[in-house]
Design a protein around this ligand. Sequence first.
Ligand code: ADP
Ligand code: MG
Length: 297
Amino acid sequence: MSSDAERTAEPTGSTDGTGEADSDGPAGGGDPVDGDAGGRTTDPVLRVEGLEKRFGGIVAVDGATFEVERGSITGLIGPNGAGKSTTFNCITGVHRPDGGTVVFDGDDITGGSPERIANEGLVRTFQIARELPEMTVLENVMLGPKGQIGESIWRSVAPIARGAVITQEAELRERAWETLEFFEIDHLAEEYAGTLSGGQRKLLELARALSTDPEILLLDEPMAGVNPSLERKLLDRIHDLREEGYSFLLVEHDMDVIMEHCEHVVVMHQGEVLAEGTPEAIQSNEAVIEAYLGGEV
Ligand code: ADP
Ligand code: MG
């Protein structure tokens, strides 16, 4: 694996030292490409610093550092094996990192359990959707992504007396319906989740993630196996949610999707952050092009 020296050898003059609070909107332009992650965001919802994860002799993540601006759609790309999924797993508590820190909303959540991290508002979807096939679509959404009715759903509600449990159940149901309507899969509410198409499962996966009222969603290839019309719908929903203030970190292979929908792109290669910047800047970045063309894609 390459050393830190390689990363720090990148141009440093591009780091935004002006303190301009000008990171909203993809049309902003002029953002630095290779600046270190500290210089870009004005209000990071997520900060990953020096993240490391090894599997035996394999260094899957090798000191990755980047931030996700609150309310942004940030892309995480890189050739196969770059460490994207492992990074997701370390952020969300599926794996305990061997080094580095993960800071969410100002709190160090490094090494926390997936349940705790999800409860705090950081929720992910998986590359392979994980719906519960023997339950209906509605039931799946009522359960949320953790397979249980977590307190997270009600974390904005004061603790309620036992008598109110029925109300809670009704509210939960109501909310699940709204979520299904939002994703336009309410007509499938009573179907078993196992009977859905691949694309519908992806929508359900997102609906489940959303049902826990997260602040940031980490989406691992949400568009994989989704037909163009469902993909459009999924992307529209992601934009709607972003308008409402949700933040997204998106792993996606389809470069057109990344370029069109992300305002900031982080490129991983061999476990490290190779470059980051606007889609336009990333597209013409020599190191990125080389990593994709010369790499083990
Ligand atoms: P990406 O999602 O960018 O394709 P991954 O994070 O899945 O990359 O994988 C990064 C590297 O770590 C690869 O070499 C992969 O084989 C290895 N890896 C990932 N998960 C495991 C695991 N559970 N055990 C052993 N090696 C793993
Ligand atoms: Mg992956």
